[in-house]
Write a protein that binds this ligand. Structure first.
Ligand code: URA
Length: 217
């Protein structure tokens, strides 16, 4: 399995949802923006499930016994607040037995000429020992929120697998997490964009995902 899986490289309806979340016209409808992030969450979860272990079981239909396969991993979905809320709900819709957790992360006020600094706040984490962690953050810009969050998570327990689920990623962020992530991971992203701008926003990107999802202009 490649370390980064880019979902829009395969033509699919995902591209319609990506087109809508990027468009300034359609972004005005924050309910549609959230719905599209949620739908991208479903698609991302479905792709991640293809990399999971399955077990065989038998269920009884009205006619006979049927041999079926179900996911054999204990999944925990942690959403980085606040932008990941709709995206994380889409992931949870697919992994209906998953536990979930939350970590608040924000960028410190900018100091001109200095690099972006990220702080963590509210944290609610289940025990991750031996479980499969899907860490959701729709915009992988600098990569600092993801690395800081994983470092925080590892202080209390260690998952057996780490999937990073993003929607749009910048090459700079992918490079940062490749060098600084404290454990092995697989990155699932819907698109890799061109670059970060001077304010560390992804270009072309979509703007501020948290503000757009929660109606702040
Ligand atoms: N967070 C966002 O919401 N957008 C970006 O472009 C970068 C970080």
């Amino acid at each position: 399995m490649k370390p980064t899986i880019v979902l829009n490289e395969t033509p699919s309806v995902l591209n319609n949802y990506l087109a809508e979340i990027r468009s300034v016209e359609i972004q005005k409808d924050s309910m549609r923006f959230r719905q599209n992030l949620r739908r991208i969450g479903w698609i991302t979860a479905q792709e991640i499930s293809k990399a999971m272990a399955f077990e065989q079981k038998t269920v009884t239909t009205p006619l006979a016994e049927a041999h079926v396969h179900t996911v054999a991993e204990d999944v925990v979905i942690i959403s980085i607040l606040r932008a990941a809320i709709p995206f994380g709900e889409g992931l949870l819709d697919v992994f209906d037995k998953a536990e979930s957790g939350f970590v608040g992360a924000w960028r410190e006020e900018e100091i001109e000429g200095e690099e972006v600094r990220v702080s963590l706040g509210y944290t609610a984490l289940p025990d991750l020992t031996g479980k499969t962690l899907i860490l959701a953050d729709p915009m992988l810009a600098t990569g600092k929120s993801l690395v800081k969050t994983v470092n925080q998570i590892l202080k209390s327990s260690t998952p057996s697998k780490l999937h990073l689920a993003t929607v749009i990623s910048a090459p700079e962020g992918i490079s940062y997490i490749s060098k600084n992530m404290p454990m092995a991971f697989q990155l699932w992203t819907s698109a890799i964009d061109e670059k970060l701008n001077e304010k560390a926003y992804i270009v072309p990107g979509l703007g501020d995902a948290g503000d757009l999802a929660f109606g702040q202009k």
